[in-house]
Design a protein around this ligand. Structure first.
Ligand code: FAD
Ligand code: 5PR
Length: 378
């Protein structure tokens, strides 16, 4: 009889749950530690592209996910409330979903694969030889340790991995609100209000609203303002400020104004290295990024999947070398997604419209489940 290999994972976010499910489906015994006492996600909506959808396909999660998701007919960009572009994104797979729905889907997949998830269990660190330490003082030994504990990762900090953190000048407050389609159509009748719409105002003042339908009832709405704009970054939102700048959105802004909300400044973190011995970091613990390309969670899931593949293919004695080989092969895709997201956030260039072409689509079109993905074609 062979003994099953064991993985300990810090953090039950999108990265940790994806890694857990992927490892369990490959035969590993897996335990996930989540600091919060309840298993749920903060936040509103999320856009998923082909790279993460292919992983979710392989986990058997897409039928459930797509039963309550939206594929907008177009990605529309407006400047000062005038339409600049409507991109149909032909050939690009993408959907918008609510975060709670994605979270429940991943939890179900992980549990059905046999993953043990311990809520209210805080990790304090890990060692390269495979010992995880909990805040309670308890320790656990594993063949693989995954640090998926977010932008302030305890696993990363305990290993002392050097980190570069850059903050951008903008940030955003996100809400899930009712669609209020009839009220929106009363203000602007010639549309179904089903497009993903990126509303930009740069003059006289920088304010932006992302309008993202997630299903027939729910709308993800995100309000961007510079960090140093105290009125624009205030929560609850200043309804008069926002609806005077975006009059066609008043009904849904009224909904958002009733919710508490939290303003997040954009940031990018880059690590010297993602792995050390038997420990690998994924998701925001390794590579937090600006949301411009909507790939933070997408790259987290992509890297969770490829990590599970690399760790499973490795012999026990070679684990450290296999993990660094995984980083060497996979990391460049994420580095480029981070660089492009930061560039877009810093230049506010998405305001120009017609952005989803060429290199910008690299991450969305990447297939982390393709066994031939690293073969060089002559
Ligand atoms: P987290 O979601 O942060 O999960 C980490 C988990 O670990 C949490 O549950 C936390 O409680 C737990 N934890 C932390 N410390 C410990 C500890 N010591 N012990 C145990 N548990 C611990 N991405 C997209 O792909 N598409 C989008 O449209 C998109 N929009 C975004 C909009 C905004 C405004 C922002 C800020 C981000 C957006 N992202 C988007 C990025 C995405 O939200 C993150 O990249 C993603 O959620 C990261 O997942 P994660 O699992 O790595 O980290
Ligand atoms: N796209 C999405 C998003 O949520 C944000 C951005 C782009 C889906 C902000 O949260 O550019 O800020 C962005």
């Amino acid at each position: 009889m062979t003994t099953r290999r064991h993985a300990e994972i810090s953090g039950a976010g999108f990265a940790g749950l994806t890694a857990a499910a992927a490892l369990a489906k490959r035969g590993w015994s897996v335990r996930v530690h989540e600091r919060s006492s309840d298993l749920r996600t903060e936040g509103a909506g999320i856009v998923l592209w082909g790279n993460s959808l292919r992983v979710l396909d392989r986990l058997g999660a897409t039928p459930d996910l797509e039963s309550r998701a939206m594929r907008s007919p177009a990605y529309e960009t407006r400047m000062n409330n005038v339409i600049k572009s409507q991109e149909d994104m032909e050939g690009v797979r993408w959907i918008s979903v609510t975060r709670p729905h994605l979270y429940r889907t991943l939890l179900t997949v992980a549990r059905e694969a046999g993953v043990e998830i311990v809520a209210g269990s805080e990790v304090s660190g890990a060692t390269p030889d495979g010992v995880l330490t909990l805040a309670s003082g308890e320790t656990a030994r594993a063949d693989l340790i995954v640090g998926a504990d977010g932008v302030n990762s305890a696993v990363r900090d305990a290993l002392g991995i050097p980190l570069r953190r850059e903050r951008s000048r903008d940030g955003i407050t996100r809400f899930l609100v009712p669609r209020r389609k009839a009220d929106l159509q009363a203000l602007e009748p010639d549309t179904e209000w089903d497009n993903y719409i990126d509303f930009w105002n740069l003059e006289p003042r920088v304010l932006r609203v992302l309008y993202v339908p997630c299903n027939a009832e729910e709308l993800y709405i995100a309000l961007m303002a510079p960090v140093d704009d105290s009125q624009g970054s205030k929560v609850p939102i200043d309804l008069e400020l926002w609806s005077s700048n975006f009059p066609h959105l008043r009904p849904v802004l009224e909904e958002a104004a009733q919710l508490p909300g939290r303003y997040y400044g954009y940031q990018t973190t880059r690590l010297d290295h993602w792995t050390e011995g038997r420990v690998a970091l994924i998701g925001d613990a390794a590579h937090a990024m600006c949301p411009a390309l909507a790939q933070g969670a997408g790259t987290a899931m992509q890297n969770a999947w490829t990590l599970a593949e690399a760790a499973t293919a490795s012999s026990d004695a070679d684990m450290a070398a296999s993990l660094s080989g995984w980083e060497r092969r996979e990391r460049p895709y994420t580095d480029r997604a981070q660089d492009r997201s930061q560039y877009y956030a810093d230049t506010r260039q998405m305001a120009e419209g017609s952005q989803f072409q060429g290199d910008i689509l690299e991450t969305a079109l990447y297939d982390p489940t393709d066994p031939h993905r690293h073969e060089v074609t002559a």
